[in-house]
Design a protein. Structure first.
Lengths: 132, 135
């Protein structure tokens, strides 16, 4: 089995690949609900609700529509969600996670000697589809 | 025939001991006189919280409430309700140490409250009372 690098990965918004992505991460979390009994000395827990969030950094490319979609989404008052996909290997079907998400943060970072970057954050609404 | 309260270990427990029926009067000179009206205490309360329990256990508590017709019928309490207390304290918490004939039941003014937390998980609050009753 070959390990994968970022060269085979892709971040998509509404099905369109974003041209240049420096980094992206998705985190799944489930609440730990405490159900410790009063006679126990060690805390016990059960699974609660799942929460899926992500962050990433895009590189600004005025010619790329997907990149501009992400930036402009925060300036749009629409309440509709966007489909966000994280593809780990564009050559195979496995390793693609897709779900409806709210873009919750997008900024622009400009500094001397560096490319213009756009840090973003997103939160999935509902359970993302796909498996690793 | 008492209704059995389900054997579920609570997450927290708050016990108020049974009270003796008394009245008091304070004279103009500041002297207090107290009169005892009964030789046995009554009206102990037990507040229980079951945090994040399964729907099966939640239903068992509600089923017991219905079977006991709310505060009407007597409850038999499982020992698991008093987990964490030593053997002496348990006799006070279950009222066997403080007097005979105390009857446990659901409190009249506080039916069980179910707070849904997550799928298949609820937090249930229950109030029980131990009182002397006319047989």
């Amino acid at each position: 089995m070959a390990t994968k690098t970022s060269a085979t990965a892709e971040l998509r918004i509404d099905g369109a690949a974003i041209a240049k992505v420096r980094d992206v991460s998705i985190t799944f979390a489930r609440d730990a609900l405490e159900d410790t009994g009063i006679g126990q000395f060690d805390r016990t827990y059960v699974y609660g609700v799942r929460n899926t969030t992500g962050t990433g950094t895009l590189l600004y490319d005025a010619a790329d529509a997907a990149t501009k979609t992400v930036i402009n989404r925060l300036l749009n008052d629409s309440e509709s969600t966007n489909s966000i996909s994280m593809v780990l290997d564009t050559n195979v079907a496995e390793g693609t996670l897709t779900g409806d998400a709210l873009l919750t943060q997008a900024g622009t970072s400009v500094s001397v000697g560096d490319v213009v970057s756009i840090p973003i954050s997103f939160t999935f609404t509902g359970k993302p589809n796909g498996t690793y | 025939m008492p209704t059995s309260f389900p054997a579920i270990e609570p997450s927290s427990r708050r016990f108020k001991t049974a009270e003796f029926a008394t009245t008091s009067q304070t004279s103009q000179s500041g002297v207090t006189t107290r009169r005892l009206w009964a030789d046995r205490p009554s009206n102990a309360t037990l507040d229980l919280q079951f945090r994040n329990i399964s729907d099966t256990n939640t239903s068992a508590i509600l089923s017991a409430y219905n079977a006991a017709k709310g505060p009407v019928d007597e409850l038999s309490l499982p020992v698991v309700l008093f987990n964490g207390a030593d053997s002496t304290l348990k006799t006070y918490l279950n009222t066997t140490a403080t007097g005979a004939d105390l009857i446990w039941s659901f409190a009249e003014d506080s039916p069980p409250v179910v707070e849904s937390v997550a799928p298949n998980r609820s937090t249930v609050t229950v109030k029980l009372v131990a009182e002397l009753r006319m047989s």
